[in-house]
Design a protein around this ligand. Structure first.
Ligand code: GLY
Length: 463
């Protein structure tokens, strides 16, 4: 946990954004894998962690704005629990570390919320993404769980997004630690990778690296020779000569802060000319983002700028054609880049996505595009100092999408399908780094940059 004062100050800031009502926080419970006492690794809700820091299952908390009090609700363990789990810190002490003196048993939450409901008081709560939390809210509030989402507090969502978007100094330090674990993961892949290995040998190794650093993966590892499948969790293939391998993976450190990096490498350690052609365009796009990202610039404008770089590069190779601006305006680049440039990152790898992507990445000024490709951009709004965003452009050759566009004659003025067919075996390239927006620009997070140029990758793979 951070120092107690960090949580106290965060809650004080939050309270000042409300004039009346109760703010209700529901922590996560255990999630059984195959029977109740065999659970997945516990992951606390990120907003709960941010305001209370308490990383145990089955907690809840309330800030009563009108009465100016804060209460935590969590159960003390009994002797049966201690026999199986060993001695546990008493809930009073956990509460004290969060700066809260009023700590009650979970059943008392029901009494307290039921009474607020009876008095018709406003209860602010956030969107839920777990069925058991929805059921708990349903019982607390007397609303059917399928209707819970209709009653979430937009004011609460906006307040949390406002506070969690710009990272404080403690958070940046933790994200940086997660990035340093990411460096170890990706360089391990580069050093191990060779034809004949199985993808799962690499995927398992890097998952192990997160755990060997007292952390975990920040999302299931994406590692595959089918680079064109954007989020491929299948690791069953044998690594083959002349294929590319994508690793999109990051760590969550012991404080639950995340990293998220992608590198695409040639399995045999040496890029072919065609692989290099595509790789160079993507690296140019990734570098352009680093050059452009700074406070007050919209991430949507940078996304569109890198769409132009990709289009121009593909035009130079003869894969695309026509006027670059027109092609991007018509969304032709999205055949090769069907996703967005990046997303916010922090306690969640897609930070606060559970609160609603549009609250996090868009606002009244910058609205989400409805055009295929650009609509997948998660982060579009103006950057601010201490935002952490990913920079992850890519180019992919997705057989099914290419076949669909070709048969439906979509954007055919801008695409040379004959030339596209020559590049299908490249499969794709994505390059991703994590950026901290600074006073006048941005900087890469992590002590050392994961090898990224063709020369750096070939050099480390040679070793
Ligand atoms: N890097 C994985 C993702 O952004 O979803």
């Amino acid at each position: 946990m951070f120092d107690t004062k960090v949580y106290v100050e965060r809650r004080n800031t939050l309270r000042k954004m409300f004039r009346t009502g109760l703010l209700l926080f529901i922590g996560n419970g255990e999630s059984p894998m195959n029977y109740p006492s065999n659970a997945y690794r516990f992951r606390q809700d990120s907003t709960f962690l941010y305001y209370w820091g308490i990383n145990y299952p089955d907690c809840a908390a309330v800030i009563d704005i009108d009465k100016d009090i804060e209460c935590l609700y969590m159960n003390d363990v009994d002797i049966d629990d201690i026999i199986w789990m060993g001695p546990q810190e008493p809930v009073k002490e956990k509460g004290a570390r969060a700066g809260v003196n009023s700590v009650y048993q979970l059943k008392d939450l029901f009494t307290s919320i039921n009474s607020a409901v009876r008095l018709g008081r406003k209860i602010h709560f956030l969107p839920q993404y777990r069925q058991d939390s929805s059921e708990m809210l349903s019982t607390l509030l007397g609303i059917k769980s399928k209707h819970i989402r209709n009653y979430v507090s937009q004011k609460f969502i906006k307040a949390v997004v406002e506070m969690r978007s710009a990272k404080d100094e403690y958070e940046i330090e933790e994200i940086e630690k997660a990035c340093n674990i990411g460096y170890k993961m990706h360089t391990a892949v580069m050093k191990m990778c060779k034809p004949g290995l199985m993808e799962y040998e690499l995927a398992g190794t890097i998952e192990g690296i997160t755990m060997a650093n007292n952390g975990y993966i920040s999302f299931p590892v994406i590692l595959s020779q089918n680079v064109h499948t954007l989020h491929n969790h299948d690791h069953s293939q044998k690594l083959a000569e002349n294929r590319m391998l994508i690793t999109d993976a990051g760590a969550e450190n012991e404080m639950n802060y995340c990293s998220d990096f992608t590198r695409t490498i040639p399995v045999n350690g040496k890029f072919t000319q065609k692989q290099k052609d595509i790789y160079s365009i993507v690296l140019q796009a990734n570098s352009k983002t680093i050059e452009l990202a700074k406070p007050d610039v919209t991430y949507k404008s940078i996304h569109l700028e890198i769409a132009k770089i990709i289009t121009r590069g593909l035009c130079d190779l003869g894969i695309m054609r026509g006027n670059v601006d027109d092609a991007v305006e018509n969304g032709a680049h999205a055949l090769f880049l069907p996703h967005g440039l990046g997303h916010m990152m922090g306690l969640d790898v897609h930070d606060m996505e559970n609160l609603g992507e549009n609250y996090v990445g868009y606002d009244d000024e910058i609205v989400r595009s409805s055009q295929f490709g650009t609509s997948a951009l998660r982060m579009g709004r103006r950057l601010q100092k201490n935002f952490v965003v990913t920079d992850e452009p890519g180019i992919y050759f997705i057989p099914e999408l290419i076949a669909k566009w070709q048969s439906e004659k979509i954007n055919r003025d801008f695409i040379n399908y004959e030339k596209v067919s020559e590049y299908m075996d490249v499969s794709g390239v994505r390059i991703e780094d994590d950026l901290l927006v600074t006073e006048n620009g941005c900087r890469l997070l992590g002590k050392k940059r994961i090898p990224v140029t063709v020369e750096e990758i070939e050099e480390i793979m040679k070793k």
